[in-house]
Design a protein around this ligand. Structure first.
Ligand SMILES: Cc1ncc(COP(=O)(O)O)c(C=O)c1O
Length: 383
């Protein structure tokens, strides 16, 4: 009711993924569930409570607006960390709400300390260091100055974490760069410790790093894509495949996207289907119209190339995807009628369509496709 398509989130698949990932990092290491990008398209309001059910009590978002969404559904005992953007007013808000956040440059550091003093409340800072990703983080050449500053202002913050982010741990081609980053992080860590500054948590690993470079696991792991059942890359999967030989794929995808047939009709041979002339019926065809188009997250690039499932069979999208509809060819499937279930992503009987088969692409694009699933498609948790 009141939707043209919907997304199902599998609780069982999520629990399976968390069990598998926790086994890899062990019980002593904090599992931070990365729920930025609307929890990689799954919906913060769905994933956060599921994660808490699985014993996770730490969450990572990119910005204050995502933190607001998280707070609405987060239990009082859980902890939230902002890894990216914060404006000055949001720094005050974060300190007031005990939200942890990355501090990666002098501007933010000064503002944080100034605000903490004004509020008479300690800021929970994760100092991010630049190890070679070249995005955000303090440079090694100003460590002396930084350490002096932190020691002077020690009463105004909790040194919650020391962290960095890797520049593509999912790809073998970045092996040397990642190894150098790991060495660089250790050098930063030694510097802090030598000067009596001990972070509560050292954390560097995202999914790919934790899955393939065990030395990066440290005190906390920031798991994004893997908790949702996706391998960061085929290389990561192959690496684990060698190690975890009992199960070819221990991660389970948890998202299915479904709709229903809106109209079924016949078109004569020689007719064009939909806008323009991109698809010509070369014989009499039976077509079904599905109420999902590019406004709903089904890319127009899938015109004449996409596939969906109906009655357990895979059928091609024909003609151009419009703003609100797509057309599929159901000529060879007897009995298709209005109201039949359509699976756009997920399983139906013995067939399945994965996110990555949406178009010819590398697995890396899973990230993009997931986070582009419109937030207004209703999401339901199923068994
Ligand atoms: C700083 C940081 N940590 C962790 C992650 C999670 O990465 P992944 O989804 O590959 O596990 C991201 C995602 O891009 C990130 O930017």
């Amino acid at each position: 009711m009141f939707n043209t398509s919907f997304i199902e989130i599998s609780r069982k698949a999520y629990r399976n993924n968390i069990r598998y990932l926790k086994k890899i990092i062990g019980n002593e290491v904090v599992f931070s569930s990365v729920i930025k990008g609307n929890a990689y398209g799954h919906g913060i309001e769905n994933i956060l409570p599921l994660a808490e059910e699985s014993g996770i009590g730490h969450f990572s978002v990119f910005s204050a607006n995502e933190a607001l969404d998280a707070i609405k559904v987060m239990s009082p005992g859980s902890q939230l960390m902002i890894m990216g953007y914060l404006d000055d007013a949001e720094i005050e808000w974060a300190i007031n709400h005990d939200i942890e956040f990355f501090v990666f440059d002098w501007g933010r550091l000064n503002k944080t300390i100034e605000t903490a003093k004004m509020l008479r409340k300690k800021a929970r800072m994760h100092i991010e260091v630049e190890t070679g990703f070249n995005r955000t983080g303090f440079e090694y050449n100003r460590m002396g100055e930084l350490v002096k500053y932190l020691k002077r202002e020690h009463d105004h913050f909790v040194f919650q974490g020391l962290c960095t982010h890797y520049a593509g741990a999912e790809s073998l081609s970045n092996y040397l760069r990642i190894k150098n980053q790991i060495a660089m992080f250790r050098k930063f860590n030694r510097f802090f410790v030598r000067h009596g500054l001990n972070p509560l948590l050292r954390h560097t690993a995202c999914s790919a790093a934790a899955l393939t470079y065990p030395g990066t696991i440290m005190d906390m792991v920031r798991f994004g894509i893997a908790q949702y059942g996706f391998w960061p890359s085929p290389e990561t999967h192959m690496f684990r495949f060698r190690k975890d030989t009992r199960d070819a794929n221990p991660l389970r995808r948890m998202l299915s996207w479904k709709s229903r047939v809106m109209v079924v009709k016949e078109v004569e041979a020689g007719s064009f289907i939909g806008y323009g002339s991109s698809f010509l019926a070369n014989k009499k065809l039976r077509i079904a119209i599905i109420p999902v188009g590019y406004a709903n997250g089904f890319s127009r690039a899938l015109s004449n190339t996409g596939r969906v499932l109906i009655r357990g069979r895979r059928v091609p999208v024909i003609g151009t995807v419009t703003m609100n509809t797509m057309t599929v060819n159901v000529t060879d499937i007897p009995g298709v009628e209005r109201g039949d279930e359509i699976v756009i992503i997920g399983k139906q009987k013995r067939m399945s369509i994965s996110i990555s088969s949406f178009c010819e692409m590398s697995e890396q694009l899973n990230y993009q496709l997931l986070t582009r699933l419109p937030a207004n498609i209703p999401r339901f948790i199923v068994k």
